[in-house]
Design a protein around this ligand. Structure first.
Ligand SMILES: Cc1cc2nc3c(=O)[nH]c(=O)nc-3n(C[C@H](O)[C@H](O)[C@H](O)COP(=O)(O)O)c2cc1C
Length: 305
């Protein structure tokens, strides 16, 4: 693929701006590696914590109109059992971003240190999971707590730190601004939107956890709006995520201000070929519109502001 699409985020060099979103292909080194071999410019692992966690009973995922609803409960093997997987992906050359969570800022910092020791090229702080208590969005809804987590993590590691935000707050721009001021190197927007589905025959909520997170095309306009508003306020790169299926969707995020984009749910419907089709489409768009490189497209929707 052409140099036009080479993307740099906080010192990380991506061959193209597409990234695998957290949690979509799980943990195994081989599945993350498959995403790189299929054309992803970088991969984000499933979120990992200090100790192993089982997650919720089934059903944990349900298909709804225009997307998926999930409440998986952050199952993971714990960061200490993760070294081999990171090594396996790094062999194929693309940056590996390890998504981490913790139940306090101190724990976040401990997991961050262990993830970097395991070979992470960057960290993505999951302060946005909508369905596990005392972590994720419970931290991400409080700007001061987010700042504390960012500061503690930055004190412990010298790799880029991305902060992944929840849209389930009154003012996502305030949270993004506080994270940036605390030293975050990039903002990822957005994690899933809180949602619910009820089975009318049984009269019961479908997910075992009852409430989950909505992803896929249904949330794209919410995500584009968040990227647009955040990128107007912060001076660090914004990575767009939420409902990207095609190159047009990706370009929409880039015009809104995203320097790179993440793809999750589309992999379930389109397979890993989505990375190449999105990248090819973005490249053709850059050429057709006679831009020198993708950088010239970032944030263009703001130019009339
Ligand atoms: C099954 C599933 C598991 C997910 N697991 C995680 C996770 O572990 N950590 C995280 O930060 N986001 C997780 N997400 C959220 C995605 O990374 C992404 O933010 C969201 O799905 C919106 O993007 P999409 O519409 O392209 O899927 C998960 C999403 C799904 C559908």
């Amino acid at each position: 693929m052409s140099r036009r699409l080479t993307t740099e985020i906080a010192g990380l060099r991506l061959a193209n701006p597409t990234m695998l979103a957290a949690g979509i292909l799980g943990f195994t080194g081989s599945s993350l590696r498959n995403a790189v071999e299929a054309g992803a410019g970088a991969v984000v692992t499933k979120s990992v914590g200090l100790t192993p966690r089982k997650g919720y009973p089934n059903p944990t995922v349900v298909q709804v109109d225009c997307g998926l609803l999930n409440a998986i409960g952050l199952p993971n093997p714990g960061v200490l059992h993760f070294r081999e997987e990171v090594r396996e992906v790094k062999e194929v050359g693309a940056p590996v971003v390890v998504s981490i969570y913790g139940f306090s800022s101190k724990e976040f910092a401990e997991v961050a240190r262990a993830a970097v020791d395991a070979g992470a090229d960057a960290l993505e702080l999951n302060v946005s999971c909508p369905h596990v208590e005392k972590t994720g969005a419970e931290i991400g809804s409080d700007p001061e707590l987010v700042a504390e987590v960012v500061r503690k993590v930055k004190d412990k590691v010298d790799k880029p730190v991305f902060v992944k935000l929840t849209p389930n707050v009154a003012n996502i721009v305030e949270v993004a601004g506080t994270a940036a001021n605390a030293g975050a190197d990039a903002i990822v927007a957005i994690n899933t939107v809180r949602g619910m589905a009820i089975e009318v025959e049984t009269t019961r909520p479908i997910l075992a956890n009852k409430i989950g997170g909505l992803s896929g095309p249904a949330i794209r306009p919410v995500a584009v709006r968040c990227v647009y508003e955040i990128s107007r306020e912060v001076n660090i790169p914004v990575i767009g995520c939420g409902g990207i299926n095609t190159w047009r969707d990706a370009v929409e995020f880039i015009l809104a201000g995203a320097s790179a984009i993440q793809i999750g749910t589309a992999i379930a419907s389109k397979g890993l070929g989505v990375f190449k089709s999105v990248t090819k489409g973005i490249d053709a768009y850059v050429l057709k519109k006679r831009f020198k490189s993708l950088k010239d497209v970032v944030g263009l929707a703001h130019s009339e502001d």
